[in-house]
Design a protein around this ligand. Structure first.
Ligand code: ARG
Length: 448
């Protein structure tokens, strides 16, 4: 029969947790000695030995042994080689179940800090683009149809707000998972006078878990992390989609820096937006891992089940995917060149001012519904005649409504944008408020 022993092995991926595992073990050993559960001498040699293990791992000469299955057993075995029987006292009052639950929390906490920093860099790039093109008017879209003129800065700051909510979700996740599971033992607690609060404090946790069974079975924090990551990738993917569309010849709104485009092997004219496309594509695997963790958890009876070992690969993949994607965007966005002339000329196209003309008729006392109907008929007329609204003479306008006067020619993209001067609107002073808000957030986060 084939040897199936490698089926349960996790060492090739859980070794990524070595720093967290060793930090947890050191804190645990120190507490055991303080509580008189093991001698101070044993704790000292365990802690020194763990330091050596960490050095070996970081130097790349740790003897990883797959037959020992996982990280925890590999480290304990090596500690035994290095310091002898005292190593056997480290696992007093602990189980791999609460140990791995701790490692995953420690790792997630660090990953969140890195991701929040990367999200801040993307936000900074968006705020800079908004600042750089503070007064550029572009077409705003609904249904991917030109709808109303907006400021390019308003568009960039919309993404700033999305990433701001992402940071909120990751920060919430970090706050909710700020609970030490160690001390729960295998599932029922431990029969030693441990000091869980001291361990929590030395590892920087705000609280200890209140229920040992929940603590070893819980991976909610991973599900939350994956959900936050999936939503953040969805935002990056929407931005990617816009960049792909905008950099097409048909739109020609932006030009990406050379290092973020590639040529085709057979079509020399091409500048493919590969980085944006790959980011859009990678969103799929991040969604997949969210489904993965939810599915791993859904049928598990309390408490620890080995299925939980399947929480790791998707998690590491999501951490790597999200971080690398955000770092690409933080570097790609500042080099994105806006074709100001092109977006401004499209924004000035008179069809997009139809709503403003209806509002202008409202200003003359026409009910909005009626004004809307006038404009719809005017647009149909223009379409049939192959004209634009701007081409019409005043007498033509007046065939559709006697309320038209010369003022209709004062309706421009700039006037349309300036008129949307309510909080959150696209008027330049409102967008300036949005930018001030963004810069304040970045300053307070220490990101500028
Ligand atoms: N490799 C395991 C995991 O990641 C560690 C915990 C193993 N516990 C056990 N009782 N077999 O979940």
């Amino acid at each position: 029969m084939t040897d199936h022993s490698d089926y349960t092995v996790s060492i090739h991926y859980d070794r990524r947790l070595y720093r967290q595992d060793i930090a947890g073990s050191k804190a645990h050993a120190a507490m055991l000695a303080r509580q008189g559960i093991i001698s101070q001498d044993d704790a000292d040699s365990i802690i020194a030995g763990l330091g050596k293990v960490q050095d070996e791992i970081e130097r790349g000469d740790f003897p990883w042994d797959p037959s020992l299955e996982d990280l925890h057993m590999n480290i304990e075995r090596r500690l035994t080689d290095l310091i002898g029987p005292a190593a056997g006292r480290l696992h007093t009052g602990r189980s791999r179940n609460d140990q791995v639950a701790l490692d995953m929390r420690l790792y997630t906490r660090e990953a969140i800090a890195d991701i929040v920093a990367a999200l801040r860099s993307v936000q900074r790039a968006l705020a800079q683009l908004a600042e750089q093109h503070a007064n550029v008017v572009m077409p705003g879209y609904t249904h991917l149809q030109r709808a109303q003129p907006v400021l390019f800065a308003h568009h960039m700051l919309a993404y700033f707000e999305m990433f701001q909510r992402d940071i909120g979700r990751f920060t919430d996740c970090a706050a909710r998972m700020d609970v030490l599971p160690l001390g729960s033992g295998a599932l029922a607690g431990v029969p030693y006078p441990t000091d869980r609060h001291a361990v929590a404090e030395s590892l920087g946790f705000g609280e200890i878990s209140p229920n040992s069974m929940d603590a070893v079975a819980d991976r909610d924090f991973l599900a939350e992390f994956h959900a936050a990551a999936a939503i953040a990738m969805m935002h990056v993917s929407r931005l990617s989609e816009e960049i792909v569309i905008w950099s097409s010849r048909e739109f020609d709104f932006v030009r990406l820096a050379d290092e973020f485009t590639t040529g085709s092997s057979i079509m020399p004219q091409k500048r493919n937006p590969d980085f944006a496309e790959i980011a859009r594509g990678k969103t799929g695997r991040v969604y997949g891992s969210l489904m993965g963790i939810l599915t791993v958890l859904k049928g598990l009876p309390l408490t620890y089940n080995r299925d939980l070992q399947e929480d790791k690969e998707g998690f590491f993949d999501t951490v790597d995917t999200l971080l690398s994607t955000l770092r690409v965007f933080a570097d790609m966005l500042p080099g994105m060149i806006l074709n100001t002339e092109r977006v401004e000329s499209l924004a000035g196209e008179s069809y997009m001012l139809a709503t403003d003309m209806a509002d202008y008729l409202v200003g003359k006392g026409v009910p909005f519904r009626e004004a809307h109907g006038v404009m719809r008929r005017l647009c149909q007329h223009c379409e049939a005649e192959g004209k634009s609204l701007a081409d019409l003479r005043l007498d033509e306008y007046r065939e559709f409504s006697p309320h038209f006067d010369d003022g209709v020619y004062a309706i421009t993209a700039a006037a349309s944008v300036a008129a949307r001067d309510n909080p959150g609107g696209t008027a330049p002073n409102r967008v300036a408020e949005g930018l001030a808000r963004a810069n304040k957030i970045l300053r307070e986060a220490g990101a500028v």
